[in-house]
Write a protein that binds this ligand. Sequence first.
Ligand code: SAM
Length: 275
Amino acid sequence: MDTPSLKDIVKSAEFRFNKALGQNFISDKNLLDAIVADSGVTGEDTVVEIGTGGGTLTRALAAVAKRVYSFEVDENLKKVLSVSLQGVENAEVIFRDVLKMSDAGIRDIAGDGFKVVANLPYYITTPLVMRFLESDLGVQSLTVMVQQEVADRFVAKPNTADYAAITLAIEMHGSAAVTRRVSRNMFYPVPNVDSAVVRIDVNGTKLAGENRELVHKLVRAAFAMRRKTLANNLSVAFNIDKQTATDRIVSAGFSPLVRGEALSLDDYVALSRLF
Ligand code: SAM
């Protein structure tokens, strides 16, 4: 027997969407399969999904992956999921807030070494991506549906308006690419923004031997006040006088008036060696 449509399941379970939890679900089978293809998940892979929702992406992932652990905060979805995930043997839904769990807690459930796939509530995008990138869990990649403007920031180039501290924070851990743009009309209910899928392939040895914390601190400082020069921002964040900050910037090979948005990750690494 075919699984009933998501709309029918939601209706018969009398499920009420919770806007505050970013509940905009996807039911289009082609789009779900495309996201799974974008993620590069194969039969060898364990997947950690964040935000099970109606379970449609969970089902599509389970059809390809070895095993799926899907985290969801809203227990009101239990009735919906008991129907939508009926017969899916290799997926488990865990009703917990993944942002409040330790690495050890996640490892106890999903083990070490997995791919993260998520159609995210937009307000947790950045903390969630950084939580997994900075974890010690052997995350191989993250494939995330995010608001289009956020996707543009994730993959921006230096000297563009979208280039931000988060661009460099992601680049410190791997490489990001937008795999597809997704119209708001593909979601149910329809949100008021368009989305994009971004895949980040993690490279655990990136910045090996460098002081990662210091590079991160420099990047955060450099973008703290975007309209100020790098020297200004660094003198505030590192509690040094402006001349000392300028001298270090010049020693690293940059103009004394350079702004943070002009520097690449390699440039920040070079600068970190003078701090
Ligand atoms: N994956 C489903 C899909 O693609 O249709 C649902 C996506 S919906 C945009 C996001 C889901 O994340 C919602 O069901 C929401 O309840 C859940 N959620 C919100 N905050 C969460 C958190 N901190 N941890 C886990 N799930 C969360």
